[in-house]
Design a protein around this ligand. Structure first.
Ligand code: ADP
Ligand code: MG
Length: 299
């Protein structure tokens, strides 16, 4: 027997490095008219590197001590930013002590206890700060602004709610990001949206580089869902592409969800309808086109 078109399309997608989980998914991929992409790990390579270590005045920490503290708290983290911190400590042979009570809050950061103190590492705009010294608060804010203004993701480190330092982390754009955005624009007739938990400055800078004009930054995982639902309520069929635990709810809410496989979190891979196994973002427009061709043969 000849293979039904949707099944041969699945085989074809596999040859392009995409695992499509069912014939229904293969069909739905061709129905999408709107694409929403995550930033960190999706448009970017997802292997960010720590490039700045700024202890705050009054913290009593030098660069090494700040890095040790942050790496200890991030040690159990599976977030790319957490791995950047841990890798930097390892590269500098900075031994990070073992923490207790680790918790990760998607889109916010991590918390752990060390020697009776609570260490938090995460988004400066999302961590509650217990700082009554206005000068110190201004210094922390200036450091964050300066790092974000130069294209970094700034991550705040706090001890018992008091800012002790800021880390600058930078990620590279995927080599096929711009071509993928252009191809998706041609396929759907609209440029994709960028949905990110990162700060607006870093997000806008990167969006401009790849040709995205619809940027939604500073989003919590549930706010990514709202962005997808709002678009779908106006009759659009949204394809979400993401990699993180923070993307899983949006991947589930989308008409179709694709996860980046190599660095993707287990939850994203399980929730998504398809997985890019070979780590090429350009496979997204390829599978949409494959689906459209197969659907023309089905009907
Ligand atoms: P994106 O949507 O771009 O993939 P996330 O939603 O995963 O980003 O994260 C949003 C923001 O939350 C990050 O830019 C960072 O400030 C903060 N954050 C999340 N997880 C961590 C972590 N493990 N360590 C430090 N910061 C974190
Ligand atoms: Mg991500």
């Amino acid at each position: 027997a000849t293979m039904p078109p949707l099944l041969s399309a699945i085989a074809n997608a596999g040859r392009h490095g995409v695992l499509v989980k069912s014939a229904v998914v293969m069909e739905r991929l061709g129905q999408v008219d709107t694409v929403a992409l995550d930033k960190t790990g999706t448009l970017t390579e997802g292997t960010p590197r720590l490039t700045a270590i700024r202890p705050l005045a009054g913290s009593g920490l030098d660069q090494e001590a700040l890095l040790r503290l942050a790496a200890a708290a991030e040690h159990p983290s599976e977030h790319p930013l957490g791995r950047a911190v841990v890798d930097a400590a390892r590269d500098r042979r900075t031994e990070a002590p073992t923490v207790r009570d680790f918790t990760a809050t998607p889109g916010v950061g991590v918390t752990a206890t060390l020697d009776g103190a609570t260490i938090t590492v995460g988004a400066p705009a999302r961590l509650p700060t217990a700082l009554d010294d206005a000068d110190a608060a201004a210094h922390a804010a200036r450091t964050v602004d300066e790092l974000e203004g130069s294209g970094h993701t700034a991550v705040l480190v706090q001890r018992d709610g008091v800012p002790v330092g800021v880390l600058g982390i930078a990620d590279r754009l995927r080599p096929d990001a711009t071509a993928t955005i252009t191809a998706l624009g041609h396929l759907t007739g609209a440029t994709p949206m960028l949905l990110t938990g990162d700060n607006p400055t870093t997000a806008a800078r990167l969006a401009a580089e790849v040709g995205i004009t619809d940027v939604r930054a500073g989003l919590l995982p549930q706010e990514k869902v709202t962005a997808v639902r709002n678009a779908q309520e106006t009759g659009r069929k949204v394809l979400v592409v993401g990699d993180g635990v923070n993307d899983a709810p949006a991947l589930a809410a989308a008409h179709t969800g694709i996860a980046m496989g190599r660095a993707g979190s287990d939850l994203a891979l399980e929730t998504a309808d398809a997985v890019i196994v070979r780590d090429e973002l350009a496979a997204v427009p390829t599978v949409v086109a494959l689906s459209r061709r197969a659907r023309r043969l089905v009907v």
